[in-house]
Design a protein. Sequence first.
Lengths: 313, 112
Amino acid sequence: MSIASVFDIALVALILAIGASTILVRTAFAAVVMFAVYGLLLSIAWVRLHAVDVALTEAAIGGGMTGLLLLGAVARSRSDDVDRVRVGYPVRLAAGGLCALVVAGLAIVVLHPPAAVPTLAPVVMENLPPSGLGNPVAGVLFVFRALDTLLEKVVVLLALLGVWSLAPDRAWGGTPGLQVYAKPDPPLIFLAQLLPPVGIVFGIYMCWVGAKDPGGAFQGGTVLAAMWLLVIVAGLQKAPAISRLWLRGLLIAGPMLFLAIGLAGWVFADAFLAYPEGYAKPLIVAVEATLTLSIAVALAMLAAGPPERAQQQ
Amino acid sequence: MNAATLFGLCGAALVGIGLYGLITNPEPLRKILAFNLLGSGVFLLFGMIARRAAAAGLGGDPVPQAMVITAIVVAFAATAMAIALVQRLADETGRASISSDSSDAVDGEGKS
């Protein structure tokens, strides 16, 4: 048995143990902390599956941003002192048995792959050079399946609209209540002054190399969003009121540019979301740069939650 | 057994663990957590499919990989929406559980 397979088995055991503990631990706070650890472990699994782009996304969004969001929810909920309600033993036994059946079914599918594994990798590599991109995953996201990526941005905006519209009437147009995370103390303020310059450069770098190497608008945008949230939580800057025009402008800038270029494709390249020959790379980079900003603002606002205080004028 | 199959089995087990948590835990926040666990198991199954379809000098099929990236972002958006809903529910009703017998929620151990 090679070192790599020993590492893989240990990693899978750890992922399953941490994953199970997010379900089994008593307090919600412990479960959320476990979940953040779980996200980081899972991103190592993605590296082992030769999917570095996915690993970056999982670490940034799946572990980091979701963890932050859940921590905020735990801090807001006042259920910590209430002992957890448990369902009865028979129900748990039945649920466990049925879930084991589901696992067994999936395991049978996993263990019996089709004789000829279908793959689109050769087609992707064949058609990648005209786009000028070097990263096949970015090629799929922005050239071959650009419609998916565009609609995904719309989904993020719709989710943000949904979150905002859950605000109580008196707080509509106000500022999100991010102060639940921490009372600003000197180490946090120091960190919030030290990290953002590095983080902003790193976020822009990730967006830029995304065309050629693993990285891209999602991952870069998440890093930028994290830096912004850090500064707000540390109290160095106020959270913006959601009625601010610049905020809303930034939110729709990326999807609007993407949509405009997509519509222009009908005129200049015969199809929606097709790029004119020779201009694919600059157009994609322009879309990615704007999307990075929009994603950063949208993710930060999603993590910040609905507005809680009315805007002070 | 190769690495792809191993992580595929891991994904299958995570789907089961997430499903169990989703069914048995009456706390909405924990249900959201369990659902995320279930989702990441499905993503891992996609990772296995991508890895098995490695060809043309790539470590994996980029199409399922790109789909998983999109899925992770959409899952985050859905989680944010779900948490906002749960918080509004808690603000309106003052209850942190969606168990059917609310009187037991305060006493701790519910009947079923």
